[in-house]
Design a protein around this ligand. Structure first.
Ligand SMILES: Nc1ncnc2c1ncn2[C@@H]1O[C@H](COP(=O)(O)OP(=O)(O)OP(=O)(O)O)[C@@H](O)[C@H]1O
Length: 265
């Protein structure tokens, strides 16, 4: 049994199936990507795993997280899954952070709730959490509010919070899209490192093929809510079978060339 098993997932919005027939599994140490253009259903698929669909949208099919069914589960059951078995890193770290809570207090909360830590043990775990994401565990960082940090530092804090409960699978929805290119590389390297160190699974959503190819081993290609192709990421890029994947690869290569030569065709 994999830690995350999605079978025939559909997301229904006002009678329309905006995600349809999506199946995949993620186990410890596996890095799986979902790629596709805007509106293809990547975010709704990954949000479904957390039981976090926007109001008015409904999941069908089956999503098992460590055997626990998420589709149709109560809020109470979902809370045990979220942050306990799977945790998520969002595109915009401000979504995850609380603007009025200092970094130290923010990181302490999940450690207290999920791991029952208190007092000096809790303080040591908060400092360790910061160090794990390569942030200094100084008073300045511990007492900082999110707006006092850079975007990259905020994303590091969000990753530290996601790791606090030692999830089995880390979900990441475009975690570097909102960041400068130089900062992106650091966050991708950090994700790789923590996933490997903790032998976690990674489910990584991005529209950026270059980013996906650096980050995952296997990927699903989504178009209009459905998976059109899947396989080892190297093979998807070097030998795309579907016309849609060929177009995705083609436009990524053209953008790459344009950025290298400075000429946008
Ligand atoms: N709250 C909503 N209500 C109704 N339809 C929605 C809602 N959110 C998304 N959709 C529809 O579901 C489809 C898939 O959306 P989703 O956000 O999963 O795409 P995506 O591949 O993640 O795109 P992006 O990269 O732009 O976020 C979209 O085409 C959109 O029309």
């Amino acid at each position: 049994m994999s830690h995350v098993e999605v079978k025939d997932l559909a997301v229904v919005a006002g009678g329309r199936r905006v995600v349809d027939g999506v199946s995949f599994a993620v186990d410890s140490g596996e890095r799986v990507g979902i790629i596709g253009e805007s509106g293809s259903g990547k975010s709704l698929s990954i949000f479904s795993v957390m039981g976090l669909l926007p109001r008015g949208l409904r999941a069908e099919g089956s999503i098992r997280v460590d055997g626990q069914e998420v589709v149709g589960a109560s809020e109470r059951a979902l809370q045990a899954v979220r942050g306990g078995k799977v945790a998520m890193v969002f595109q915009d770290p401000s979504t995850a952070l609380d603007p009025l809570t200092r970094v130290g207090a923010f990181l302490a909360e999940p450690l207290r709730r999920h791991r029952g830590l208190r007092g000096s043990e809790l303080e040591a775990a908060v400092r360790q959490g910061l160090e794990e994401v390569s942030l200094p565990s100084t008073e300045r960082v511990l007492r900082a509010f999110p707006h006092e940090l850079s975007g990259g530092q905020r994303q590091r804090v969000a990753i530290a919070a996601a790791l606090a409960c030692r999830p089995k699978v880390l979900l990441a929805d475009e975690p570097t899209t909102a960041l400068d290119v130089t900062v992106q590389a650091g966050i991708l390297a950090l994700l790789q490192r923590v996933v490997e160190e903790h032998d976690m699974g990674l489910l990584f959503v991005s529209h950026d093929l270059a980013v996906v190819s650096q980050t995952v081993d296997r990927a699903l290609v989504m178009r209009r809510g459905q998976v059109v192709e899947e396989g080892a990421v190297g093979a998807l890029i070097s030998r795309p079978r579907e016309a849609y994947t060929q177009r995705l690869v083609g436009s990524a290569l053209a953008l790459d060339r344009a950025l290298t030569t400075g000429r946008i065709a």
